[in-house]
Ligand binder design. Structure first.
Ligand code: GLN
Length: 255
């Protein structure tokens, strides 16, 4: 009898220890939330450069939003910097929990991921050199057009039926334009503002008849409603209390 009792208490003790370990493991798991981004899209995400030229930290409107979401849901927001094209794949293979990257909510993307409520409205614009004869989207016909691969700017130019060259980064497109290797860059409005601010001699041309409004959303893996609900709650809060508007003013007006 005594032996049985001792064996039983040993089993109970082992079970308690195991539960503790399992518990600790779970807690650690739940402590971080990984946001995938592509830090090539100022003012939404970029890597700040420090005066002496050393690499700084992830910064921008989206990075701030990610941190606020982390704080409000009690997890540490970790930023994973990956190619824009790979963000949706990374979501679906579990490499990241959410993608926050100035990402336009599109029907095509909605086939593979779920989007939060919209948090920013943008449009595509054209960047040209001052004095360019491109004044409307139709004027791009026959011109050398540069876009970023996988961005909605690429889709817009495809829909217009024009030839174009696609680059990996917005900064590469701008370099082509500055060096006279292309005539026009099609990219999102707020990022375009940032690029023309950094490059005197470049101007923005809008064409609201061809480029429709786009809304940015945070993407999660299809069916991850628990995370999506939490993200939506926080987004609604920061929309209602003005935090998001303040962030936009801080990062967009500062440019
Ligand atoms: N809004 C554009 C898109 O969704 C560009 C986003 C980005 O470059 N980060 O394609």
């Amino acid at each position: 009898m005594k032996k049985t009792l001792r064996a039983l208490s040993l089993i109970v003790a082992a079970a308690i220890i195991l539960c503790c370990f399992a518990g600790c493991g779970e807690k650690k798991e739940s402590e971080k939330i990984v946001f995938g981004t592509n830090a090539e899209f100022p003012p939404f995400e970029f890597i700040s450069s420090v005066n002496n030229g050393t690499i700084g930290e992830f910064d921008g409107i989206d990075i701030n939003i990610a941190k606020i979401i982390g704080e409000k849901i009690g997890k540490t927001a970790e930023i994973s910097n990956i190619e824009f094209d790979s963000l949706l794949i990374a979501l679906n293979n579990g490499q990241i929990d959410a993608a926050i990257a100035g990402m336009t909510i599109t029907e095509e993307r909605k086939q593979s991921v779920d989007f939060s409520i919209p948090y920013y409205t943008a449009t595509q614009v054209m960047i040209v050199k001052e004095g360019s004869d491109i004044q409307t989207a139709a004027d791009m016909q026959g011109k050398k057009i540069a876009v970023v691969q996988g961005y909605t700017g690429e889709t817009c130019v495809q829909n217009l039926g024009f030839e174009y060259e696609a680059f990996k980064k917005g900064t590469e497109c701008i370099l082509e334009l500055v060096n006279g290797k292309c005539d026009v860059v099609v990219i999102d409005s707020a990022t375009a503002e940032k690029f023309i601010g950094d490059n005197p001699g470049l101007v923005i041309i809008e064409d609201n008849t061809q480029f429709e409004k786009e809304e940015y959303g945070i993407a999660v893996a299809k069916g991850n409603t628990e995370l999506l609900d939490s993200i939506n709650t926080v987004l609604q809060q920061i929309i209602d209390d003005g935090t998001l508007a303040d962030l936009a003013v801080k990062y967009i007006d500062e440019m």
